[in-house]
Design a protein around this ligand. Structure first.
Ligand code: F6P
Length: 336
């Protein structure tokens, strides 16, 4: 069998570990051939493909980024599932030319949708969820998330000492797109006093009250963790808006930090490396048993698969009954 493999959407730690897992298991155990498709779906359009070997997939376990490159290339029109005609022809030509039997698409929410549309167009696909946002529906965890949580919580740790030294409010904005998983997990792990998520509406007066109450208890500084996706007035970034509002509401000197792409860079955590290997291996098992149209998923601690038809178009959001929120509230953490 000949497998094509691609990475699509924003990069994250663990992509190379997953490529390694797929390749080594497919080549060494199942005697399959694996072809790397460069720059996401764009490589299918440009016929930018190379045969991967044991040698070319050595040393990938700890490496950040993706050796295949990535892009946010869209194959399908936005509102309908109809593929652009010229793109369809180019893509099918590439798949036929290299005699690829199926594709392994590693990506986030957009990739799951594109892979489903490809399946509808007659191509055999299996997908693996990756994203620092952890917003792919159908899996308890996407690889990349644990690494990003670790980077963001380390950054929050470092803000504590400077916040305390200057008696300031520190607002830190973390990624997460439209969901608050990264803000919740890093905010709780980093000891945030106020954690704002897109899923929970906030009230600036309760945020101000939390900061003032901390002062009354002898804590003249506060750490505010905000998800980039919270509601803000047109044109205002999350951290900038919240910092301005806090300063206006409390009179406290407030500073903002936008963590940015550091959250997506560098080596994956041990947890992400192992999840990447397990997910890569499961994707190959699905292929070997002809079980296509599925996304590999982690559910209740086990690696399983879910139909792409169930995954596409859905977003995995934080709910207010999440254990971290319930226990956090009992500790006095303000969630808005
Ligand atoms: O989906 C991952 C992510 O890093 C989001 O957290 C963020 O909103 C977005 O990608 C940034 O996208 P880009 O790489 O296109 O700037």
């Amino acid at each position: 069998m000949k497998i094509g493999i691609l990475t699509s959407g924003g990069d994250c730690p663990g992509l190379n570990s997953t490529i390694r897992g797929v390749c080594k298991i497919a080549m060494n155990h199942y005697d399959m051939e694996v072809y790397g498709i460069y720059n996401g779906f764009r490589g299918l359009l440009d016929d930018d493909i190379t045969r991967l070997t044991d040698e070319s997939t050595t040393g990938l376990l700890t490496m950040g980024g993706t050796i295949l490159g990535t892009s946010r290339e869209k194959l399908f029109r936005k509102r309908s599932s109809s593929i652009n005609d010229h793109k369809s022809a180019a893509m099918l030509k590439t798949i036929e030319k290299h005699e690829l039997d199926c594709l392994v698409c590693i990506g986030g929410t957009g990739t799951q949708k594109t892979a489903f549309d490809l399946m509808e167009a007659g191509i055999k696909v299996v997908t693996i969820p990756k994203t620092i946002d952890n917003d792919v529906w159908g899996t308890d965890m996407s690889f990349g998330f644990d690494s990003a949580v670790s980077i963001a919580s380390d950054a929050i740790d470092r803000l504590h000492s400077t916040a305390s030294a200057h008696q300031r409010v520190m607002v830190i904005e973390v990624m997460g797109h439209k969901t608050g998983w990264l803000a919740l997990y890093s905010g709780m792990a980093g000891g945030g006093d106020i954690i704002l998520l897109p899923e929970i509406p906030f009230n600036i007066h309760s945020i101000g009250d939390t900061i003032i109450n901390r002062l009354k208890k002898g804590k003249p500084y506060s750490i505010v963790v905000v998800a980039e996706g919270i509601a803000t007035p047109e044109g205002k970034k999350a951290a900038q808006y919240i910092a301005e509002e806090i300063e206006y509401e409390t009179g406290f000197e407030t500073r903002e930090t936008v963590l940015g792409y550091i959250q997506r860079g560098g080596s994956p955590t041990a947890y992400d490396r192992n999840i990447a290997t397990l997910m890569g291996g499961h994707a190959v098992e699905l292929i070997s048993s002809g079980d296509f149209g599925k996304m590999v998923a982690l559910r209740d601690g086990r690696i399983v698969s879910v139909p792409l038809a169930e995954v596409k178009d859905k977003l995995r959001e934080v709910t207010s009954d999440h254990d971290l929120i319930v226990q956090g509230k009992k500790m006095g953490i303000c969630f808005g």
